[in-house]
Design a protein around this ligand. Structure first.
Ligand code: ZN
Ligand code: ZN
Length: 302
């Protein structure tokens, strides 16, 4: 088994390859046409997001990509911890520390972008995806090019298998940084916002999933797939410096960081899997080691 694989140039599209685009289309239809009471319910978005992850996890059981990425109890519980952390503490922090202050500043200065909600609905959805992904792309690229930022992102690259629930696995500081956006400055229609969040959720869930779907080029030209993202997770440093787009691989094509290929064996530092404790302490490890060295140095001279 080689670490990186290249797909044959041309291959017939299978039914499973169409599942990611079909799910994306279903999500758009839902947010466009669901009854108003459902759309207005605050629980609809978190429930839809959870259902996306659960359904792709179930799909892993019937259309597995690699047997060595198969879900087990330890992986499942770790992923569950991070998905709950992301949906509660991290989302709350991002709202309280970034979105709400941005909204207040926008109000104080008197900026109004109400015209945006008059644009065609699908245009708004695509604009939201672009704005969110543009920020995430540059944040992700920064994380791979600056040591302090890399220390927060490295734990995500220490995962040794890919699964639908792995997108949220990482150091909490990284999860916070990646959820920052300037979206609060724009007055998009709420359902367009939710459709965009569900879209990036579906795309990035499939981009981490152990599912043998390889969507056709009319999807994979724009949206990140498991092929693009598994290469980003490969074992050698150079292979990870590409395909930064969380959901919009188009940005890598635009900014020259796109790379073709597929990672089969994933993980950093000779596939060293980190525990939740190690992932949480990872960015502070250099400080902890320096402090420990000082401690032993002190006792040696005493
Ligand atoms: Zn990365
Ligand atoms: Zn990833």
């Amino acid at each position: 088994m080689s670490a990186v694989e290249v797909l044959p140039a041309k291959r017939a599209t299978r039914l499973i390859d169409l599942v990611p685009p079909a799910m994306l289309a279903a999500a758009w239809a839902f947010w466009a046409w669901a009854p108003k009471a459902v759309l207005d319910n605050a629980w609809t978005l978190p429930v839809v997001s959870a259902l996306v992850t659960i359904s792709v996890l179930l799909l892993e059981m019937v259309a597995e990509r690699h047997s060595h990425w198969r879900m087990n109890k330890r992986e499942f519980l770790t992923d569950l911890y991070y998905n709950v952390l992301f949906a509660t503490v991290i989302s709350w922090l991002a709202r309280a520390m970034v979105d709400d202050p941005l909204l207040a500043a926008k109000k104080a200065i008197g900026i109004s972008t109400t015209g945006i909600a008059q644009l065609p609905w699908l245009v708004q959805v695509l604009m939201v995806i672009f704005i969110v992904e543009f920020g995430q792309y540059w944040m992700h690229r920064l994380m791979h090019n600056s040591t302090p930022f890399w220390l927060t992102h490295a734990p995500h690259h220490h995962i040794t298998q890919l699964n639908a629930s792995k997108g949220a696995v990482g150091n909490p500081i990284e999860l916070f940084l990646i959820s920052l956006s300037v979206l609060a400055l724009f007055d998009f229609d709420n359902t367009a916002l939710f459709a965009a969040f569900t879209s990036t959720g579906i795309i990035s869930t499939f981009a981490h999933a152990n599912v043998k779907a390889d969507p056709p080029i009319w999807y994979s030209f724009f949206f990140t797939t498991i092929r693009h993202h598994s290469l980003h997770h490969s074992t050698d440093y150079e292979s990870t410096r590409c395909n930064y787009g969380n959901s919009l691989i188009l940005l890598d094509r635009m900014f020259g960081t796109y790379k073709e290929g597929e990672g089969v064996i994933v993980g950093q530092d000779d596939l060293r899997r980190l525990s939740i404790r190690e992932q949480t302490l990872f960015p502070f490890q250099p400080l902890i080691e320096r402090w420990k060295a000082k401690g032993t140095g002190g006792s040696a001279t005493a």
